[in-house]
Design a protein around this ligand. Structure first.
Ligand code: NAD
Length: 329
């Protein structure tokens, strides 16, 4: 049995869909705080355990019969980790310790951990390799680094292999734009489709390596199945090509047929200015190859937000058209 923590979330639900498509059963452990049941709708053979990482006993029960854990559940936001540091620590750091403890008890074979490029801090324009000493600039980044250590230490002591994948900026369908903590592409897509102005925090020259969610799923699956993986391996998951937020805005504006230039607001605390990835190690060790072109992935992401907006409008129309029952004339 495979356990996916955070399997009802954005990346997790794409992973679960891929597992199901290849004939595997999956157990999802998720408290549905940002994940959604509907992200798993129509997927056969998926069991949902609705519980929190802070509940060590629930995690231990969910690990019964599990051979592989994909650990993706988290409070995945830099700003939120400043706003609510103790809460985020309980989920991201202590929660990951609970995953390590449960994996040890259940004699799990491998844990693949969704870590983050935030661990590197500001890297300048140099593509950062995994050998670079971590310089976390936010509680979120520090919690992810601690999570890597907990899993490595527990794995070494109890005989399971851990792989930490440091995701760069992931995007694609089902990324929720409704929270102030959401990824930039989901927010830009939704605002551009509504014809609303875009505000960029800072001058827009900050760079990101935007990686399509399908490529992240590719990396996760390879990390779980490659037999010769060395315990404690850490690999970047990205495309190897960074873009500025201004470039991103221009690419999306072109896809929607034009948009006014973005406005600019103050930079946010803990935001990384430059982010660039060296992906040689994961290419060499796992045979990972980014397959999805940036513009194609942006276009299919935009399509998904269009469909979502249409479904919401239809639901509102229906509610408006339905006569209220039980009301007095
Ligand atoms: N999206 C990115 O660009 C990105 C970049 C780097 C790392 N990551 C990491 O990838 C993972 C998945 O991120 P995502 O973008 O899919 O976010 P998401 O918010 O869509 O998914 C997180 C999932 O974890 C669940 N969750 C949160 N707290 C929980 C708790 N206490 N117990 C159980 N479940 C809980 C949520 O309900 C959600 O389903 C996270 O660990 C995140 O830190 C994401």
């Amino acid at each position: 049995m495979i356990l996916v923590t955070g399997g009802a979330g954005f990346i997790g639900s794409h992973l679960v869909a891929d597992l199901v498509a290849s004939g595997q059963a999956a157990r999802v452990f998720d408290d549905l705080s940002s994940g959604k049941r509907e992200n798993l709708a129509g997927l056969r053979g998926v069991e949902l355990v609705e519980a929190s990482l802070v509940d060590a006993a629930a995690l231990e029960r969910a690990c019964a019969g599990v051979t592989t854990i994909y650990h993706l559940a988290a409070c995945p936001s830099v700003p939120k980790s400043f706003d609510e540091p103790a809460f985020c620590h309980a989920v991201n750091a202590t929660g990951t310790l609970h995953v390590a403890m449960a994996a040890a008890r259940a004699k799990v074979r491998r844990v693949v951990f969704a870590s983050s490029c935030a661990i590197y801090g500001n890297t300048g324009d140099v593509a950062v390799a995994e050998t670079r000493p971590p310089q976390p600039k936010s509680p979120y980044a520090a919690q992810k680094l601690l999570g890597e250590h907990y899993l490595n230490d527990y794995g070494a002591a109890h005989g399971f292999t851990t792989v930490s994948l440091r995701f760069f900026n992931v995007f694609g369908p089902r990324q929720d734009p409704s929270s102030p903590y959401s990824g930039v592409i989901s927010i830009f897509c939704e605002r551009l489709l509504r014809g609303e102005a875009i505000t960029i925090h800072g001058d827009g020259r900050q760079t990101r390596d935007f990686v399509a969610v399908a490529d992240v799923v590719q990396a996760l699956r390879l990390a779980a199945k490659e037999p010769g993986v060395v315990h404690g391996s850490v690999w970047n998951v990205a495309t190897g090509r960074s873009r500025t937020l201004l470039e991103l805005h221009a690419a999306l504006a072109a896809l929607v047929g034009g948009a006014p230039p973005p406005c600019h607001g103050p930079a946010r605390a803990g935001d990384i200015v430059r982010s660039a990835a060296d992906i040689t190690a994961i290419q060499t060790n796992l045979g990972y190859r980014p397959r999805v072109g940036f513009t194609d992935a942006l276009a299919s992401t935009l399509d998904w937000y269009r469909m979502r907006a249409a479904a919401v409008a239809q639901a509102v129309d229906k509610r408006g058209a339905t006569p209220r029952s039980g009301g007095k004339a």
